[in-house]
Structures are given as C-alpha cells and as structure tokens.
Design a protein around this ligand. Structure first.
Ligand SMILES: Nc1ncnc2c1ncn2[C@@H]1O[C@H](COP(=O)(O)OP(=O)(O)OP(=O)(O)O)[C@@H](O)[C@H]1O
Length: 811
C-alpha cells in the first residue's frame, strides 16, 4: 500500500496528497509556503461553504414544498371518494417520507466531491452527468513542456441524499447513485475520469475543512481557468483515529474500493463476504442495506432484516442507518430476539449451547412436539385415559388402547400438531360410532348417514366431550413443550438414539429454569428451538376478528387506511409467554446476516425461515467462530440460502486495530487457524500492547489489578474502554469496575463480538481460551477489539514469562 511521507499514513486507495498542486511546490521559503497553503485551504473551504449554503437554501425550499403537500393531502381527506383517499394515502406517504428525510439533522449532509474529466463517448445521463467511466480520448493533452494538461469537465458533490436545483442540475448526488461510485472506486492505478477526490468535513451547515486525494498527479488539471488545488491530510486516517463512543458511526465519507464493490453488488444473488476483524464487514453490511433501499425502495422498504449476534451489537449499530437517512426502514434483530415474544440474553455454557445448536435437535423436537400431547395439564390433573360419553341414550366408552390407536392415526404424517386437532376429533367420533354399534342397525346408507350426523351432534354438544378434547389434545405452545423437556426421563424418551444420556442430562438441567408453562428466562439458543417448535406445533386456527371503525363501515372504506395509520396501528413488540411468533413478519425481501460464522445449524434454520424468497448478504469470519462444528453449520447455511447463485467477496484491510495490536492477535490466529492470513492493518500508532501480571502466587488480586489497569486506560484515551473477561467472570468484573463510569464496559468474551473500544483490557487469555473448544477463536475476537490501546492482564493460569507475556501470546 502506498504511503505518503507528508501524512505518515495512507489509505488503501493511496491517492497522492499535498498542499497546492503545482510544479514549484518545493520552492520558496518555508514560511511563505505555509502562508500560501493556508490561503489555498481557506479559499477551497470557502468555495465548499458557498456550495453548502446553496444546498441548504434549496433544502429549505423542498421542505416548504413537502409541508404544502402534507397540508394539501390533509384537505383531501375531507373528500370522501375512494379515489381521493387512495391518492391522499400515496401523497401523505411520499411527502411524509420526504419531509422526514429532509428534516433529519445530518451531522454532515455533504461530504464528498469529485472533479472529473469528460466522458469517453460524450454521452450524458438524465441528471446531466457523463455516463462513461473512462475519459474521452482527447481529454488529456501534452502541455508542450513534456507534461500533460487537462480540463475538468464535471464536478459532482456527494452527500447523504440527492438534491436537484430548481433547474434540475444536481447540487448533491446521493452517495448510492451510480454517478457517485467513482468517489469510492477510483484509485491512482485505475483513476477512470477522476482527477481529484475531495472529502468535505462539515458539521450541520458549516464546512470545517477539506481533504483531497489527487488521483492523476501527473496531470496539470484546470478548473474554471485556474489550476486545480489539492489540500489536506487524509480523510480515512482522520476517520480511523477518532475517538469511539457507544454507537457505531457510518463510513459513508470514506468507503474503500473493495468495500464499495460489496455494497453495490447486485441484489439478485447471495452476496457472501469474508474478512478478518475490523475489515468493515458490519459497516459494509449496513451501508448495503441503505444502498438496496435506494436501488429499489418499493421492494425493500420494511423488508430488510439484519440479524446480529448480540443485543449489544444491535444497540451499537442501530444508529448507522438513520444517519444514512433510512430511519425505520430496516429491522435489526439480535439472534435471541428474532422470534416475536422472545427476548433472550442468557448464554448457555458451551457444552449445552453445542447440543441446543446441533441439527440433531430437529429430531428430538419432532418427537417432543407430538409427545407433548401426553403432558399432564398445566393446572394439575392427569391426561384422560378413557373417554365416556352418552349418545342415543346409551353409554359409549373408549379405553386407553382405543384412545392410543386414535391418536396414532391422527398423528400420521407431518402436519403441525395443533392443526391436527379437528382431525383427531373426527377420528374420535368415528371410533365412538364404531364402538356404539349403532351403524350396524342401518342398512340404508342414507339413513345410516343421518343417524351418524345425529350421533356426532349428540356427542359433540356434551360438555364432557369438549372438556375431554381439551385435556386429551391440548393446544400446545412452543414454550410449554420446551419446558417439558426439562424432565430428564421424558426428554430421554424423546431423544432416544439421537442424544447421549450425558447430553440429555445437560439439556434437561439447562431447561429447568423454565416454569411448567414455559415462562421464565430464555437463553439465546432456546429461541431457535422455540422457532422450530412453532413450526412443528403450528398456530391453531382462530376465527378472524377484524376491528372495523364504525365510521368507515358507513362509507365502506375500511381498507383505505393511510400508510401513517398502518404504522401507528402496528402493535408494539410484546413479551408473550408461549405465544412466540404469531404476528411476526416472516417473509423478508433481503436478509443480512452479520457474524455469520457463529450461527448454529438450528439458528440457520430459524433465520432461513424468514427469507424463503429473500436475497441475502452474509458477512463473517471463520477465524472468529465460536461454533465448533463448521461442517454441520455449513450444511444448514446452504439450505437456508437456497440455490441462488453466490458471489463471494473478501475484505483484506483492518481499519480498526493499529498494526501493533494486529501483530499480537495474529499470534493467536496462527494457533487456531494455521495458514490463514490476518488482514493488513492500515495504521500504526507506535503504542505496543501492555502486559501486566496479577497477584504473584495466588492470583486472587485479579480484580484489583484489573480495576487499576482500567483506570489507567481511562486516563490514556478519551473514549470507551472494554474489559473482556471469561464468561463466568462477568458478574465479578462488574463489581471490579463499579463506579468507574460508563466509559468502561465489562464484557463476557462472547459478548465482545463485533464491538470496538478505544482501549481494551483482556483479562486472563488462558481462562477465555479454556472456556470452550472454540476458546482460542473467542480469544482472537477479544484481542481484536481495540482501536488504540490494548492491555493484557495475566492470572496464574496464563503462565506469564518475565515480561508478563502470557504463554498463549508468546512468539
Ligand atoms: N472505509 C472506512 N472508513 C472509515 N472507517 C472504517 C472504514 N471501514 C471500516 N471502518 C471502521 O473500522 C471499524 C471496524 O469495522 P466493522 O466493525 O464493520 O468491522 P468488522 O469486519 O465487522 O469487524 P469484526 O469482524 O471484528 O466484527 C469500525 O470502526 C468502522 O467504522
């Protein structure tokens, strides 16, 4: 990667930078030069300020227009014809969305600019911009002195939304528009038409400064009669060096070429992205969601699901899309909250997680869903062993064998258990009729049919029959069945020849935290089991109750609600024990899976069900996987993603960790995945990781040293400090760090996934590594969270050397 001497760094596009581009840049006295540079910088900043002022004036006009449209639509609401209401609906929607976006307080509405040579074929698109990526053949001319000269033919400003002037000239191009792609893609090796790429730093309405990359440094380029100026010292480096807070920031001003290819990949196929820690996979996935919405809003609005591994990562990332102007259009869910009504945050211990995540559970759950009909009713009592009714004035009975035979017949096939209840009822009536012998008294089939109908009515209206049916074929909820698996003997029957008895014991014990009706805290892995059960049980058919506004009934227009009405009427997410997944959307148009390497086979099944028709973007890093059976997971992933063609991408540059931290974490990578190359770190800070050892012999002052080291890091960085400990020390770590303020975040190793902090303290690498079979990869995750500083604290188990370097991290 080229680096420029004046910046001490460079980005992976490697553009040339420097103040004022002219052939004499090294001449003159240093003081004069600095003054001249300041003058150029000021002039260029002012020029951008003027442009931004124009943009805001135009935005004010557009806001005024949108408000007028909203008011006009409200007036139309008083005209009661269906046509007027439909039009109002559409207009309110369009104007509302528009107004919302225009009013959004963007920190930097405008952030980029490219200055371009004329296009090859001279063709221009509808927005007046040249369409060709390549420059015209005669764009560059010899300057007569051995060099080359060219005129800038087009200047495009890039921002979060497109803005057209009143005469339709583009004032700002939406970052997702094709015309904006060269801003992200151009490199000095393949500059296309781009001569200068400028990142504009602004806050609200004020331009703070500009930073340029010159992509054709060999050219003397002219703009409006003057020479093209170049100022600044690296937008990417400035972005990477900034302090981290509790929310992820968008990267829209500095997306790199390899990332841009992923963001703009065609939606029709499955886009698979692999890349090491810090390569921007999460950032890219979120920008892709915004890009897809821009490409085809009609298809994707409300229909994109982003699946994230933890609630912490959801809250860390959920601000990115609103900052890109896509408020509320994309659903971001943690794996533990994917099923409506479940909000799981508990983590199972690795051996239990492994069982619950395994595809073998499908067989166990199939048995459980059917076997649960034998469960004693939750309100006490027993499953009825016989059925007695009175029909045609006589007693008819079915004994336990008779009932078992009926149940077996009813359960034939694979239909969901709750949906089989009407069939079971019919078969019961058949068996009772048969047992009553009444059929044999009729030779005339018509009379027999009539008698049978009368018999059925007689039996069905008996309250005892209804009560029997409720007890014998109860309506089962996923939570209730899951809770029933806490009984080891029962689970043993359901899991016969699938799980070993040791596994049965562990699984049953972990589910014993649920009450008999299934209420109680769920673990993240329980949720995929609930979802599987939801399908196996099926939602019982209920009569549809439609609430109709009486006023609407009068006009007969109840279907014509506005989009705003529908959004307002959407039920808030509720915690409903036993009611998982009833009114949840399960047909997303596009699903983005973050940290895909961690999904278990059962989780892939759960996610796959939500995207039967979807296109996919799947990002992950096998080296960070905490799942131990990659082959089983790969098969489930293939099934979820279906047969669509796949496009694979690799991200290779680490934007998070300085080289000093990346070098240390690479040692663990080498232990766990030999031969895998870590991504290249783009910057180096000169700050090597610090090694500390706790507690001499006993190691019991781990907490005291951890606190002291966290305090030290707090003093060294302005932003956040993550303290990563083994999962079983989570609670302890909270007490170690109590009172240090919210810049310090204690984390169990599995919770650290996807997050980043200015500084990280990793406590006892050996404890983290020993916690599970995938422990080394979990440790790799922990060691790759810091953007500036890393401290490693060893306990006794870590076998630190004289320098305090733990055994696992030695070269
Ligand atoms: N082009 C870019 N410009 C500026 N910052 C970037 C760029 N790409 C990535 N980053 C920053 O690098 C950091 C890492 O990005 P991100 O979390 O998306 O990486 P990741 O590949 O998902 O990492 P992990 O695998 O560790 O979860 C973030 O702070 C992100 O904003």
């Amino acid at each position: 990667m080229p680096r420029t001497a004046d910046t001490g760094g460079g980005d992976d596009r490697g553009g040339h930078r420097g103040e004022s581009r002219n052939g004499n840049r090294d001449e003159g006295r240093p003081g004069d030069r600095a003054e001249a540079h300041d003058g150029v910088r000021e002039r260029e900043t002012e020029g951008e300020q003027e442009h931004l002022d124009r943009v805001y004036r135009r935005l004010a006009e557009k806001i005024h227009e949108a408000e007028f449209l909203m008011a006009d639509a409200a007036r139309r609401a008083q005209v009661g014809t269906p046509g007027a209401l439909a039009e109002r609906d559409a207009q309110v929607f369009r104007a509302g969305v528009h107004l919302n976006r225009l009013n959004s307080e963007f920190e930097d509405f405008l952030f980029g600019r490219i200055d371009l040579l004329p296009g090859k074929d001279g063709k221009r698109g509808p927005d007046g911009a040249y369409t060709s990526v390549e420059p015209a053949d005669d764009a560059v001319r010899p300057d007569g002195a051995g060099g080359a000269v060219a005129d800038i033919a087009e200047t495009l400003h890039i921002g979060r939304l497109g803005v057209l002037d009143a005469d339709y000239t583009p004032l700002v191009i939406d970052w997702r528009a094709p015309a904006a792609a060269p801003f992200y893609r151009a490199t000095p090796v393949a500059p296309g038409r781009v001569v200068r790429r400028r990142v504009i730093r602004s806050r609200g309405r004020r331009v703070l400064g500009v930073e340029d990359d010159l992509l054709r440094p060999e050219l003397t380029a002219r703009l409006d009669g003057g020479e093209l100026a170049v100022v600044g010292d690296g937008a990417l480096m400035a972005a990477l060096g900034r302090t981290r807070g509790h929310a992820m920031r968008d990267i829209v001003a500095s997306i790199q070429a390899e990332q841009d290819e992923v963001i703009r990949a065609p939606a029709a196929s499955v886009t698979e992205v692999e890349g090491g820690p810090g390569t921007g996979k999460t950032a890219v996935a979120l920008h892709r969601a915004a890009y897809l919405l821009y490409q085809d809003r009609r298809r994707y609005a409300g229909g994109i699901l982003v699946v994230s591994p933890t609630p912490l990562l959801v809250s860390y990332t959920e601000g990115v899309l609103p900052s890109l102007g896509e408020e509320g259009q994309v659903v971001i869910r943690a794996l533990g909250s994917l099923v409506e009504g479940a909000e799981a945050e508990l983590h199972d211990e690795p051996s239990v997680a492994r069982i619950k995540g395994s595809a073998r559970m499908v067989k166990v759950l199939r048995k459980a869903a059917r076997g649960a009909l034998e469960l004693p009713p939750p309100d006490g009592g027993e499953v009825p062993r016989q059925l007695r009714v009175v029909a045609f004035g006589r007693r008819v009975e079915l004994d336990a064998d008779g009932l078992r035979a009926v149940r077996e017949r009813a359960l034939g096939g694979t239909a969901p258990v709750n949906l089989l209840r009407p069939r079971a009822r019919r078969l019961l009536l058949d068996a009772l009729w048969e047992r009553s012998g009444a059929g044999r008294r009729y030779t005339d089939p018509e009379l027999a049919a009539e008698a049978r109908q009368a018999f059925d009515e007689d039996v069905s209206t008996e309250p005892d029959f209804a009560a029997f049916l409720d007890a014998w074929w109860p309506e089962l909820t996923p939570r209730r069945v899951l809770a029933a698996m806490a009984d080891e003997r029962r689970l043993g029957r359901w899991a016969r020849r699938v799980l070993q008895s040791r596994e049965v014991r562990r699984l049953a014990r972990s589910l014993s935290r649920l009450d008999a009706d299934g209420s109680g805290p769920l673990s993240v892995h329980d949720v995929a089991l609930l979802d599987e059960l939801r399908v196996l049980l099926g939602a019982p058919a209920r009569p549809r109750v439609r609430e109709v506004d009486p006023l609407d009934q009068l006009t007969g227009l109840e279907e014509l609600t506005t989009h705003a009405d529908r959004i307002a009427a959407r039920p808030a997410r509720r915690e409903r024990a036993g009611d998982a997944g009833q009114d949840e959307r399960t047909d997303y148009a596009h699903i983005i899976v973050d940290e895909a390497q961690d999904l278990t086979p059962m989780q892939w099944r759960m996610v796959g069900r939500r995207g039967r028709q979807a296109t996919w973007t799947v990002v992950g890093d096998p080296a960070q996987s905490s799942w131990t059976d990659p082959e089983e997971a790969a098969a489930a992933r293939d099934e979820a993603l279906g047969t669509r063609p796949r496009r694979r991408f690799e991200l290779t540059v680490n934007y998070r960790n300085p080289a000093e931290i990346a070098e240390l974490s690479a040692r663990v990578l080498a232990l766990t995945m030999m031969g895998v190359r870590p991504p290249t770190a783009v910057r180096s800070t000169g700050l090597v990781p610090r090694f500390v050892v706790a507690g001499g012999e006993g190691g019991d002052d781990l907490g005291r040293v951890a606190r002291a080291e966290a305090e030290r890091l707090l003093a060294e960085v302005d932003g956040t400090v993550g303290v990563v400990v083994a999962m079983e020390r989570r609670e302890e770590a909270r007490s170690w760090l109590a009172g240090l303020g919210d810049r310090v975040v204690p984390l169990g190793s599995l919770e650290a996934k996807g997050l980043e902090y200015d500084a990280t303290l990793v406590v006892s690498p050996a404890e983290i590594a020993d916690e599970s079979p995938a422990g080394l990869r979990v440790l790799y995750v922990a060691l790759t969270r810091a953007t500036q500083r890393l401290t490693v604290l060893s306990g006794e188990k870590d076998l630190p050397d004289g320098e305090g370097v733990p055994d696992l991290l030695r070269e």
